[in-house]
Unconditional design. Structure first.
Length: 291
């Protein structure tokens, strides 16, 4: 008798990671394809799943914004996105129809949060927020094992950090909000402002302190608003040596010892590394299979 496999899709703006697995922690095979226009990209993904499965359930962790309300007509769709050709695309419906299997669907960052909560840095914790700092900034939160959803999905990258008097000239790059967190501290914002990645700038460059300070304010906001026990910071910008430690120190200083449970607050790197998102996608598949 053949193995019963679940499938995972981590759909990003530049690449899509595919996986088949016996369980979220027992991955049998993975494959990465570039994110081109939808028909070509998803045909390639379908062919790979047919050759390596086919899966009995699929979990999709997608770039957004997306529709997560299961009662909405557009559930499983990517909404208005700058990624050409993908706006209003029925991503969940595509795979549900192609394989006639249940499909779990959420944002890429929510899936990463779920992966780290169940199998990574959040094991044993009551709550975890995962934040990716890269091309964009986004966050997802798990409390008592459940992802936090509301009218939509949280958008931590679009909070407004407090800016010092000496740092008000750069307008930010967010086309919606200008100098929101994503407009100031994402990878493209750093490059637009200083002409280099954070990792390539000297250790004593002002960028390190400013970016760490803005991200520390975000962590402070998470601690103050939802009391997340663990904050996991992932994404390309966070590969900068020493950045996580710098953020943690600044966030602790901002808290000033006030928050209840502050001794249990942790700001850490992903334990699952770059597999947090695909692990979360497989958890979505597992949940969909059991629903």
């Amino acid at each position: 008798m053949g193995r019963t496999l679940i499938g995972g899709i981590e759909a990003g703006g530049t690449k899509i990671v595919l996986a088949v697995a016996e369980s979220p922690t027992e991955i049998v095979a993975t494959h990465t394809i570039p994110t081109r226009e939808p028909d070509e990209t998803l045909a390639t993904a379908r062919n790979w799943f047919e050759e390596n499965g086919p899966p009995c359930a699929i979990g999709i962790a997608s770039f957004g914004p997306v529709e997560l309300d299961p009662g909405a007509p557009q559930w499983g769709h990517i909404l208005e996105t700058p990624k050409a050709g993908w706006s209003q695309y029925d991503l969940a419906g595509h795979f549900s129809s192609a394989f006639c299997v249940p499909v779990g669907f959420d944002t890429d960052v929510n899936a990463a949060a779920l992966g780290e909560y169940r199998h990574g840095a959040g094991q044993g914790a009551a709550s975890l927020t995962y934040v990716t700092v890269g091309t964009g900034i986004g966050g997802g939160t798990v409390i008592d094992g459940r992802l936090v959803h509301g009218a939509g999905h949280p958008e931590l990258g679009h909070i407004y950090p407090r800016r010092g008097i000496q740092d008000r000239d750069f307008p930010g790059i967010c086309r919606f909000h200008g100098d929101c967190l994503e407009g100031l501290a994402s990878g493209p914002a750093i490059f637009a402002r200083w002409g280099a990645t954070l990792s390539d700038l000297p250790d004593d460059h002002e960028a390190h302190g400013l970016v760490a300070g803005y991200l520390a304010q975000m962590c402070h906001t998470v601690h103050a608003s939802i009391a997340a026990q663990v904050i996991v910071l992932g994404g390309g910008v966070m590969n900068t040596p020493g950045l996580t430690k710098r953020i943690a120190g600044k966030a602790q200083a901002l808290g000033a010892g006030y928050f209840p449970g502050a001794a249990d607050h942790r700001i850490v790197a992903p334990s699952l590394g770059d597999r947090a998102g695909i692990t979360g996608a497989l958890l979505l598949a597992e949940n969909a299979r059991g629903a």
